[in-house]
Design a protein around this ligand. Sequence first.
Ligand code: ABN
Length: 173
Amino acid sequence: MTRLIDKLLKTLDKSVETGARTAARNLGRRSFMAKAGASVLGAAVATPILPFDRRANASELPEDECAYWRHCALDGNLCSTSGGSLTQCPPGSSASSVSWVGTCTNPDDGKDYLVSYNDCCGKPSVDSATFCYTSEGERPGYRMGLYNDINWCMANTDKGYHCTVSVVVGLAE
Ligand code: ABN
């Protein structure tokens, strides 16, 4: 009889132990998952994942539009004040196939960039357009490659000068 009771108690012990271990294992994993989930969610909320405007840190456009760094070697009317933009010819005009290339320093990173000054052709110039004559690095007309006082529309079918765009073509080396 004592043996039978011993056996019963052992079986009971074993099943309680197994139950307790299983519960501990499951509860432990669950609480780990809960904690991991909460920290992933917390990190997602804390990290700024929305796109933000990087121009916020860039140098602002100066009041004198001609002082904008990309216009450092310009000689012409700004297309941005002729119905176009900094880099795009106004509708109805077309970019010159040849251009003057200057070297300008970007104040945001202190690096020198090659800037292509393409004339936009095929429309009369706009009276109210801003004319800029910065011409950094220009040399007198006897060195054509370094001279920008030229209507670059001469190579186009429509030779009438309208305005000039300033397009960054790459880093100057
Ligand atoms: N590159 C601008 C320009 C156009 C006509 C005459 C002189 C300069």
